[in-house]
Design a protein around this ligand. Structure first.
Ligand code: UD1
Length: 424
């Protein structure tokens, strides 16, 4: 099992390119199910989750071709499709649920395994199911599978006004995709405003969908009878960019993050500025300059939906707070069990106490290298950041979690001067 060996204490200098966003690429791949014509995506990141989604789509009958150009993929979902997402593929990646809406809209039926438990919380998909039911689908959950179909005599979903109980990113995306081919108008209230939802809406519009209000809490969709092929460039990964911002903030140094977008990272950048980090937005990128974590002031924050502080940046910023000066309180409001990095950070010398949904961090600690275990995707990234500032050697085990969502993180960090290597 791959591990990362990090010898900490080096500042980071130079330039790296931020890849396309995992959370935008996954729904974009699924959107290809909505048309028999070819959909070409560019800037698709090279990630385990993308490979899993590709395998799932191929299993359904989608032809997928890689382009010579980096990150280019063409997908063609010509008939016939087999609208089934089996447990073996779904269990490794919750985002597989994103095939449900498009398959139902395109084929009139779908059989998708329930994603099952996930390390960072219960994460049910009840909102996806309820929304599709409101659009006329008949859905039963049997033997671990969501069995969805249109009622006899109907060939399309029908538009509906849907208000989800909470803001859900993949829930919004699933319902948005289903609504594009429904009969009549769908209004999604309490919709997620994340840049990845906007990116998906832009792809769907390029495919002929009629969508308004994406990027706000209310999205209007006028269903159309068919969508067509399109080309789309996947938006830059704000979480990867934010992770590199925190890495440079903690390790110290100056780096340019090509393609990084400040307008998608306002909440994180505000906290970094308050901590004493410099972040400049330029043409097609961000430049970050930091005197190193020990010279910074720790910052309290709470995770919320976009445009608030992203839950996917909580663990990485907490690693920074461990070495920055002063106490901080980090409150996680999106997922109920997303502090698994805390006990691993403690192995490196961090001082953190958890009380309910808040972690109280005592800053100003000198971290010392140790063997630690990655528990989920963003937790892994926080351990890497901690390893970059810890004295001596840190070995991060189980980095398959990291490979699910970061495109060659250690290669990029090495390009910035980090002493980091992958041990097979
Ligand atoms: C997406 C992101 C993930 C990010 C999360 C929150 C993708 C592929 N993944 O995950 O990286 O951490 O948004 O920004 O884009 N919920 C329900 N019922 C539902 C749906 C959600 O109770 O039907 C709850 C979840 O348990 C969670 C909260 O709503 O507590 C938000 O989850 P959601 O936004 O759906 O997360 P994902 O879309 O799975």
């Amino acid at each position: 099992m791959d591990k990362l060996l990090i010898r900490g204490g080096r500042p980071l200098h130079g330039e790296v390119a931020i890849s396309g966003a995992k959370n935008a690429a996954l729904p974009a791949l699924c959107a290809a199910l909505l048309t028999p014509q070819a959909v070409t995506l560019r800037n698709v990141p090279r990630l385990r989750d993308v490979a899993t989604m590709r395998a799932l789509l191929q299993r359904i009958g989608v032809q997928v071709q890689t382009h010579g150009e980096r990150g280019g993929l063409t997908l063609q979902a010509a008939d016939p499709l087999d609208p089934v997402a089996p447990y073996e593929l779904v269990k490794t990646m919750r985002a597989s649920i994103l095939v449900l809406g498009p398959l139902l809209a395109r084929c009139g039926r779908a059989r998708v395994s329930l994603p099952g438990g996930c390390a960072i919380g219960a994460r049910p998909v009840d909102q996806h199911i309820r929304g599709l039911q409101a659009m006329g689908a008949e859905i039963a959950v049997e033997h671990g599978y969501i069995e969805a179909r249109l009622p006899p005599g109907r060939s399309r979903l029908r538009g509906a006004r849907i208000t989800t109980d909470m803001v859900t990113v993949t829930g919004t995306e699933n319902l948005l995709m289903a609504a594009t081919l429904a009969e009549g108008e769908t209004v999604l209230e309490n919709a997620a405003q994340e840049p990845e939802v906007v990116d998906l809406a832009e792809l769907l519009i390029a495919m002929g969908a009629r969508i308004e209000g994406h990027g706000t809490r209310r999205i209007h969709v006028q269903g159309v009878a068919a969508l067509h092929g399109a080309e789309h460039h996947v938006v830059a990964d704000r979480i990867e960019a934010g992770t590199f911002l925190c890495a440079v903030a903690a390790a110290g140094g100056r780096a340019r993050l090509r393609h990084g977008r400040a307008d998608h990272l306002d909440a994180v950048i505000d906290k970094l500025l308050a901590a004493g980090v410099e972040v400049e937005a330029g043409a097609d990128g961000l430049t970050v300059t930091s005197p190193g974590g020990a010279a910074l002031r720790a910052q309290s924050f709470r995770t919320t939906e976009y445009p608030g502080f992203p839950t996917d940046m909580q663990a990485q910023f907490m690693a920074l707070n461990c070495v920055a000066q002063g106490p901080s309180a980090v409150t996680e409001t999106i997922f109920e069990n997303r502090f698994m990095h805390v006990q691993e950070l403690a192995r490196l010398g961090a001082r953190i106490r958890i009380d309910g949904r808040t972690a109280f961090v005592e800053g100003g600690q000198r971290l010392s290298g140790a063997a630690v275990m990655a528990t989920d995707l963003r937790a892994s990234a926080s351990l890497v950041i901690a390893g970059l500032v810890a004295d001596g050697e840190t070995v991060v085990d189980r980095i398959y979690h990291l490979d699910r969502g970061y495109d060659q993180m250690e290669v990029k960090l090495r390009a910035l001067g980090a002493d980091i290597e992958r041990l097979a």
